[in-house]
Ligand binder design. Structure first.
Ligand SMILES: [Fe+2]
Ligand SMILES: [Fe+2]
Length: 280
């Protein structure tokens, strides 16, 4: 999902949170302190036999991101860097990571490499591995399944399921904005979570309103049948086991859920006025 232009002047520092053994969500946010809603810009790292970086955060968080990542895993140990899709909030620090991690291979697809190539991707082809939806990444002590989430905003999107821990990295899916940065969905009011969940997913993937609900449910079942114990999302708090079924239910309803209106020009006028108006 593209992000609002109002990154906070002094964003709060959010530390990585361990969501399963040897598995951390690296937290970051935009909007905190300057907007009514905060959107997470998370990524993940799995410190197994062959450590796996899953998405690489936003460029605006680079220093914080690299500090957090390399506080968990040594650069020389990183073996895989999985990019879930070609949006800048997911590959924003890819080249910095690949430069720091000489033994890492970028996991993309043909199409993902093509799309990043148009942006001047500096990672050479001999450091790529192309794995698409339905493929498996053998990371030594675990075989990570790449499974496209039901909601996505790029054709290159694949999620990552770790059968050793039951953690599913959902990329943009199962997300929800929050009032303040929040590590786990269990900390949220249930109704506010449901409202934010519907809003985010409908705005990020408006095509879901065109989809037959039964056809969409078939796609939802691909993730449901993995029986994830934890769903980690780039753009929301992590969903732990007690809330996983509720997340499945919320997602399946999307084709018949009305999307609320997005902020319009009047909102932008208010933002500009609050920032002191147009410089003359
Ligand atoms: Fe996206
Ligand atoms: Fe995203």
């Amino acid at each position: 999902m593209s992000i609002a232009p109002q990154a906070p002047a002094a964003p709060r520092r959010h530390r990585p949170v361990e969501v399963a053994p040897e598995t951390w969500v690296i937290q970051a946010t935009v909007g905190e302190g300057v907007a009514p809603q905060v959107v997470h810009m998370n990524s993940m790292v799995i410190r197994g036999a062959e450590p796996v970086v899953v998405d690489t955060g936003c460029p605006i968080h680079r220093d914080q991101y690299l500090e957090d990542l390399f506080g968990i895993v040594e650069p020389d140990d990183v073996r895989w860097v999985v990019i879930s899709h070609d949006d800048p909030d997911h590959h924003g620090n890819l080249e910095a990571v690949m430069e720091a991690c000489p033994n890492a291979t970028m996991v993309s697809t043909w199409f993902l490499s093509e799309r990043l190539g148009a942006e001047g991707l500096a990672v050479p082809p001999h450091r790529w591995r192309w794995l698409g939806d339905g493929d498996v990444l053998d990371a030594g002590d675990r075989r990570l399944a790449l499974v496209r989430p039901p909601i996505y905003d790029s054709p290159t999107t694949r999620g990552v399921f770790d059968p050793e821990t039951g953690v599913y990295w959902a990329s943009d899916c199962y997300a929800a904005p929050v009032e303040l940065a929040t590590a786990f969905v269990a900390e949220l009011d249930v109704d506010e979570w449901a409202e934010g969940f519907a809003t985010f997913n409908l705005w990020n993937s408006p095509w879901v309103s065109l989809v037959d609900p039964e056809a969409f449910a078939v796609q939802c079942r691909r993730v449901e049948q993995l029986r994830p114990a934890v769903i980690a999302s780039c753009h929301g708090p992590t969903i732990e086991a007690p809330q996983v079924q509720a997340a499945f239910d919320l997602l399946r309803r999307l084709p018949t859920t009305a999307a609320p209106p997005q902020p319009d020009q009047a909102t932008l006028d208010q933002i500009v006025a609050a920032l002191g108006g147009h410089p003359s």
